[in-house]
Structures are given as C-alpha cells and as structure tokens.
Design a protein around this ligand. Sequence first.
Ligand SMILES: [Fe+2]
Length: 688
Amino acid sequence: MRISRRAFIQTAAAMGASLAWGGEARASMVKWTEKRDLYPEGVASGDPDPNSVILWTRRPFGEPRRHVLTVEVAEDDTFRRVVAQAKAPVLASADWTTRVLVGGLKPAHVYWYRFTDAKGNGSRIGRTITAPAADDPRPVNFAFVSCQSVNEGKLNAYRRMIFEDEHAAPEEQLGFVHHLGDFIYEVVEYPDEVKTRYDRTIYEVARIPDGGKSGNLHYPLTVDGYRAVYRGYLADPDLQDARARWPFVAMWDNHEFSWQGWQSIQQAGGPPRPGQSIKVAANQAWFEYMPARVKAPSGTFETFGPPPVKDVKIEKWDANGLGDEPNNLKAINSLIAYRALRYGKHLDLIITDQHSYRSPDPFSDHSLGRLGDWKDYNGMFPDDAMQILDGGRAFSGGNPPAEIRFQEQSIPNPQRNAPPQTILGATQKAWFKDKLRKSTATWKIWGCSLGCLDWRADPENLPAGLTKKPWPKGRFANLGGGDHGSAWVERKEIYELVRDAKITGFAIVSGDRHSFWAGYAAAELPPGNFEPVGLSFVGASLASPGVMEAYEHRLAKDLPLRPLYLADRPGGAKPDWTFNMLLKHGVRSCLDYARNFDLEQARKLSNPALSPHLEFVDMGGHGYAKVRLSGDEMRTEFVCIPRPITRSERPDGGPLRYRVVHTAPLWRVGEHPLLEQQVLEGDIGLSS
Ligand SMILES: [Fe+2]
C-alpha cells in the first residue's frame, strides 16, 4: 500500500510542499537542545494520510528574511530511530512559520518530530500519527472540537482530552482532532477596556495593529492583525500541548475571517464593508498557522503569496447568490480549504466551507420586524415563514407566496425573486455531492462547521395570557437561522442524494452552536415527512460562552416566557435550563417543570410532533466530542466540563459535568438510523 517516492513527489508538487521522505531508521546526528522560548507557538501536525503528514512550527528570526531549520521524524521520542530528515525553510513573509510534508511513512503509525535551527536550538518534540491504510478494518477514533475563545475562557477541555488519551488503551486513542472552526475569534477584547463578560474574566490575547473597532471589539484588517491573533491563541499551553499530541484536521468557521462576514464581506458588530483584502489576509494567516493540504496562490508551501485585490462593493449576484465581482472571486478563491480525508476502511471525512460561498442572508430583511411583536416571543419566528424565505423564488415548486402573514400582519415576501439560500455555493456543493456519492468507506462523515439540526418550539400550546396575542394554531416557531438547521432547500438536496443514492453510514459533525446536540439528519419534520437518512451531531464550545450563560445574565426576570428558557428555583439557587426541554419537548413540559421541578411528570407533557429528530440538547454545555467508528457502529461521546472560566491546575483538566454516549448500529438501505443513549457519568439535567 505504500506509495512510491515518485507518486509522493507529484502529490507534494501539486501543493508546492517542502518535503521529506522516510527511509531506514538511524540515530539522530542533529545537535538538538530544546529551547521552547525560541518556538513560542510550539509545533503542530495536520492532515495525515496513510503515508504522509504535514509538520509545522514557527521560529521567528531577524535578518536575513529567510532561514532554514532541520526537521527530524523518528519512530521513538528519543530520536534513536530517525526515519526522515529535511530542510524546513522559515520566511519572514510567512511570519516565520514553516510547513513540511513528510512522506514515505508507515500507515497507522505514531511518529515523533522536532525542529532544530543552525545553532542547535530545538523546538519541543511533537507526536503525530499517520492515517490507517484504506483497507484497514480496525475501528477509527477521532475527536471533534470548535469555538475556543481564550479571550473569555480556558482550554481545560484539551487538558482532559490529553489526560484521557494518555491513559487510554492504544486501540482507544484518538487518531486526529477535527477542528470545526473558531480556532481564533478575530474580535478581541482588551482587558484594560473590558474586565468581564457574563461569568468570564477577559484575558489578554493580542493587540491588533491597524485594526478596526466596534464597541469593545477590536478586529484585524490586515494580515499582521490576523497573525497577532493566531499567536495570541497559540500562547495557550493546553492548545499547544494538544497540537503537539495529535494531528489536527482543521476547517475555519466564521471567526477565522469575520464574525458576521460572508464571502469577502467583512462585518463585526458594525456595518458590513467590502473586505476582499481582509478575506485574503485571513486566508493567508490561516494558511500560515494551520498545517493543511491546501494550495497557496504562490504555488509553494513556503509562503502564501497573496493575490492583489481591491476592496470593492459587490453590486451583482449570480443565480446562486455568488457575488459577481472579480475581486470577490479572487479573494474567496485565494484559498480553497474544502477537502476530504480517507482514514482506514471505515471513514471518509468530507469537510466543507460554510462561509466563503454562501448566498445573502434570507432572514435579515427589515420588513420582517413588522410582522409581529417579536420581543414578546424572545426570538421565536414562524418556522413556515422562514421556509418561504429560505426557498426564495423556488419555494413551492416555483410559486412563492406574494405575501408572508403572521397573526393579523402581512408583508410582501422579500425573497420572492431571490435564489434559494445556499450555504455551500454551487461549485462546492457539486464537489461535496460527488465525494458523497463516490465514497466507499463504511461511514461518510460530513465535517460541517455549522449545525444541521432544526431548532423548533411549539408556542401554539402556550396558555392564553403569556403573550399579547396567541401564536397561530398549527404553526411551529423556529429559534435558529444562519446554519443548515434552516437551510431547508440545500439540506434537502443533500439528504435526498443520500437517500436516492442508497448511501448508508451518513453522519454529520458540527460546531458553532456552543452547545451539544445529538439527533437525526432529516429533511423535514412533522407535519412534513420525517424520514431520517443519517445521524447529526453538534459539539459544544471548548471555551466560548453559550446561550445559557447569556440567559442567566441577561434574560429579563419579568419576561412572561422566561420559564421556557430558565426555571428559577425558589431561594435563589441556579436556575434549571428549560431551554433544552423547550427544543426537545415543547412549552407544556417547560411550564410544568418550572412549577413543580418534576422531570418525569414534565416529560409526560412532551409534544411528540415537535422534535422527533432530537435525542439530546444541552445549550449550556462545554467540552469536546469523541467518535469511534467500526464496521457496524458509530459511537459518539460528549465529554462535558463545567464553564471553563479559570485554568484548572489538575492534570486531568478539572471535574466533569457528564459523559454521555450516543450509539447507532450501522443501518441498511431503507432502514432508519437509531441512536441509543447512555449516561456514563454525571448529570445531564434537562438534556434528554
Ligand atoms: Fe464559536
């Protein structure tokens, strides 16, 4: 199964990679003395395949602007069995980062690596693991993570992941970490300007040169600004240790470019602005700091080579909502990060980009505010109206309604002539569908940074008097927007492909929502046809604050609908998170629970039509998720930690809140997948 050196060189050349080739093992001849302070961001590896992996470090120098390190790869951590050694160029034009693709390695093998400069100053030692061969039948283990704000929290979750992995049997150890984005938050608070938010202390991350500011948030506008943020994040010791232990397979979410931005439009709390040069800068910094099998515009691995672009307002959109403006296209295509990774017999990981190609937000038209008294409903919006907006001109077979109605109000349908919403964009979607169709692995895992599960509620069942006017009967409310939980047209296109192509073992892993979710991939919910074609999971944030934390601090005490989100305990104890119950069981369960605090009785009032797609929701969880795939089963474990406000000094990263496992046997064509839930440790509260 080992590929030839010649084939490897061809692969490497396509990326412009600096490369090394594994051979006979011999003892290191390099005079290496560990000097971690000279490699302040540590080491990392990324995107393993059965024969190769990318190694990374940063070693800042002064003049001259190009230096060369030596990288060694060994079968042991004492480097007595070095199998590869190569030159690793570090350039000022890449912010002194380097990437080396090492080939000729054995599949499913643990390696150690280190970098050394000309004077013998060495990096720390990193550990990495190659992928199993495509016919390797052994089970596959990986973790998926997202949302690691070190501005507002600590990464105890990585500490726990490392601790548990070190103590796990070899066949249970993680092969890689799939990072689903918000690796950085480009919006940075400065502790001298803002001391706390919610329960959080604001920690120093970086000072952004030549950036912008909106409220308390500073954000980058140049590559040096983004680089400063990456360096600030990589100063975190737990993140450094995690990157030194496992290869990461990373994809950006929104914050690697811009909080509310999309395509090349930058927006972070203020008005949107044309940001072609900012998108290129974000791509450049991502390329420099995240070792991945991607191709830079320069055609080399040494340095990005940003294409020149102008910041021009996009005035025209094509039939798929893609901004038809040359600088926009140049900017978003300056780094194509969607890609797929084969990992043994059981895993094809297909990773997509949810921000660079998406169409204009269909839910943001100002007229929608006129449709109802939304403050009364705390963000609930009629689900059927959102489906009309999502569908645009294609809604109802090309017959969208001229007006949208709610209670006695009606407004002209603002999306009547717009194309249906796409998050993937046409080109990427075609690639994604092709990958899905051609996958031969047991499990086809879609790494989609944005969640795909609907968030609904049933305010039609509220008793009279809680809102000024009753919610219309027969209509659900939606509490989402912005992800695949409300991109019905596109989601359906993908799920119908899964169904029609008779694909089994389809599952989604996501991040972004700062909450844990487990459930089923289904195009429609009741009263539509509920027909799951796969599994769908959302992993919580590693550190970033979630909605329960925000509600504990900000939800009005006198809001009549408060019991749907928080159940206040008598005597001032911490409120229970009824929001979890709202999404899975509905308003009747929440109102009953907030009166009696009797979980069993409250669940008896569950609305079975509301969320047959959900098995588990924790809107207040933090931590990580672990997946184990075998020939007959997918097992997904949520490891939930308490709010990571301070850094735990414990070697295990501090206490657990709970550990819950959802297991699904591999289903046959035509069968519905079925999850079984098992709480292994702790208390899951109102999550199931
Ligand atoms: Fe996030």
